[in-house]
Write a new protein. Sequence first.
Lengths: 343, 725
Amino acid sequence: MITQMLQRDGAIEVVGTAMDGTFGLRKIEELRPDVVTLDLEMPQMDGIETLRQIMRRNPLPVIVVSSHSTEGASETFKALQLGAFDFVAKPQENVSTMIDTIADELVAKVKVAGTARKPKVEVASVDEQRLLQVRKPPRPAQNKRMNPSKIVAIGISTGGPNALLYLLSQLPADFPGSIVVVQHMPQGFTQMFSHRLNEACAIDVKEAQSGDLLLAGRALICPGNRHMRVRHMPLGDVVVLADDGRVNGHRPSADVLFRSVAQEFGAKTVALIMTGMGEDGADGIKAVKDAGGLAVAQDEASSVVFGMPKVAIERGNVNRVVPLDALANLLQVQCATQRAITT
Amino acid sequence: MTFFSDERATELRDLFFESAQELLQALNDEGLELERKPKDPEIVRDIRRTVHTLKGDSAACGFKELSELAHAIEDALTPNVVQNGNGALVELVLHAADTFDSMLTAYRTNGAQPNADHVRALIRRLTEQPKARGEGELQIEFVWTEYEQLLISKAAEKGIPLYNLAIEVDAQCPMRIAALQLVKNVLQHLGALVVVRPEGDFLPEHVATICAVIASSQPADAIEKKIQVPSISRRTVLESYVREGESRDNIVRRATSLAVKAVAAPAPVAPAPTVEPPKAEAPKNAVDHSLPALMPIEDGDDERTEAAAPSSLSISPENLLRVDAERIDAVLNLVGELIINKSMLNQTLSDFGKQHAKDPLRAKFADGMAFQAQILNELQRSVMKIRMVPVEQLFRRFPRVVRDVARANGKQCELIISGQNTDLDKSILDALAEPMMHLVRNAVDHGIEMPNERTAAGKPAKGTLKLNAYYQGNQVLIELSDDGAGIDRDRVVARAIANNILSEKEADKLSEQEALSLIFQPGLSTAEQVTEISGRGMGMDIVQSVLKRLKGSIGIQTERGKGTTFQLRVPLTLAIMQALLFRVAKRLYAVPLGSVVEIARTTQSHIHTVDHHEVLQLRDQIITLVRLDALEGRKRAAATGKEKIFVIVVSLGDRRFGLVVDKLEGEEELVIKALEDSLVATELVSGASILGDGTVVLILNVASVVERLGRAAVGGGARKLGASA
């Protein structure tokens, strides 16, 4: 089925297929493909083990095909951590109606992966196990976190899970800003993703629900298949989720988030447009820049896919271009310096 | 649409029917579990998984009606339905299991599909809530978002009492657009409006319920009255807001239903039960979908977890083999023949030994035989094991039975099951299903008293039924005890006399056990009498006849006001048994070794005749003696006073009797061959077997002997027995 999907596009040549991991490894040696798609559910050697072997022997972009389930999500994050380029979630039901969407997504991702340079293993790989073992300082009580110094809005796609883990895990528990994230990810995966980030990071990470408060030292991840907006309320600031249509072909969309943050918080906003294909967020971030906030794009060298940041930079919608490993520092400085003004 | 050849399709269907039964059982179990722990998301997930599997399997077999119904049910099990429809949900699950069952039967027999309308009606009732749920309370759990909690906690600082309230807007409300504003006005008059949902000035089309928190110093009654806004409010809920850590003792909760328009409720539906005290304080990570209508349902949760946990039927399918019972029986038969053959060889060997005692070949032959015997034993045990199934297969049906019967009679009853891992021959277990069902039903129906009677008698209102199974030697004991009223012996006897089962004179002589066994008499088993004698009677004769057929027995212990215990005793298996062989009047008989208590040696002079019975004093016990030839009505050889005789003491349930035998022949493993009724004139014999030398041995049916003895004791047989003694 994957083969058929890929062959629809003339630019892609399927050089070989393998029924399981062992064969797959052999064929990769033999055929030297540009991109590998890998089903995580395979007989014999499982997907994760196969991926580990691929990455050890000759790293190349791997797109993981995962099932839409709790286990699937957990395996997917493991795969991304091992260096998988991106993933596509298999539809659970209504296969026939979903198939075109999935095919388009897969084709697009394979194409991007084919043109991408060697994955940035150095930056992307964070030792999550080590992070989990670190004793974290207690998070401050809610009433001490009611007034975040700044609102940090992040729009991120392909390569995002690792980059976000890398970024958020560097922030301290008393980080004075509040973070809202749109990560392109299917429904169901975002909860698992938030949970993993919450375990690994000192700040508090949560899948957003309508009415959740924007607290200092907290990151709210927009759930898959919803849009997230922010709203300034008399007693505190909240996120509001909505089901309106896709923007740029995405839901959640970074454009929606960026515009909403710019409108509600203006100069109090820091927006980051990070690794990912397409151009979601590239226009919305202009609203932040125009409102007096800081618009930042991740640089090309540290991006797994330099798509969204590239478009934003080209259109002149950002103030700065910063590598991934400098972003945490930037956020700390930006949020800290503004504290006096807001209180 | 099928992808398989006809043969494959048939096979697939057979497989489906079997696995579907297990799924239905699982569904039943899960429904009952849900009744115990309403709203437990884990159980709901299990139910979804079960229904989902059923849906998939039935669709694969082309059973459209079943898969569609399963699909509808699966769809109905959304989180907000689960949150709001606890009682009705249990009803849905259990009724669905029943309907699925009749659908399966219909598919199997090519019969007409049963009507599933009541299940669909249940689904509709659940899913169309709260708008169309008709009567009953508005069921709502107040879960506020973080921001709303913040507002609430700010308001709480002022010390004015807070109330959660919900107003369901009447669907026929003529001024729907203005309804929200009107309600808000009313609430603002009552006190400070802290939170109100939905936000804005107009009520969106899909929202049916307005939820709010108000701070008000007015009494709850007054507030309640005010929120019954004419022609807007349909149903309302008002409860005091409880802060985290506060005592919930004095919490006020009122639910009112206005303008009740009777919605035709399907017959089997129990009225919507009242909600439990709702959580006023939302936990930190509360999911917002508990507010229906207000928030779009996020059913992603379940989708994700669907494949997560392993199925509750946790035996891995690859290691499970479904085999037709007949095939196993064929193997078992062959093993039986081999065992007979072994005895034959043994016989030959011993004959050979007699003739050529010194022959070295004999020893080799004997070694080979011993080895073969060992393997044969192993083989037999392995085959027998295949036939063995845990009694759980039978027991697991009963929780539902107990629940249903108890409900129907307005009783409360709990069933405690133990020993469900005890293995029993499948055919025996199948045969036990009906009698056990009778006993369990009767125990709830007649044994357990009504709750008020129980409390009056100083017992907990909820009755307890215990079901236990365990091994005892070659037998399995199944005990069913209730803590109910017990059986009234005198009334049983009186009823028996009235029905001419025995005379008053005979009745006086009855032992406790004998009196109780009267309930097994067919004459005492009409429904009308059952209720009158407050005892059990319905189908009791069936129970006993089944057990007799199984070479089992049933015993009763009862104590007035304390309860009754039925003890069923069945052999582990019917096919092969250890038996004691003996001769009476030259005839070779066998009796199951399991029922032999001891063998005593005595002389004719020690036997006394009491009350027309021959009895023997064995240590401090008096045992009634039985002479098989006499029971069979054959003429007995004249006994001389000094002749040494053997008495085999046999027990059946609580009764013991001695078999007077001429000669003991030894112990043997017998492969039982069923006898056709026409071949054997007497019910005293339950089967026959062939020994190694070709001799036929008759296997005694201990239960029939006891019964014959009983009849002989109380009925006309006594004279006959007495005369011959």
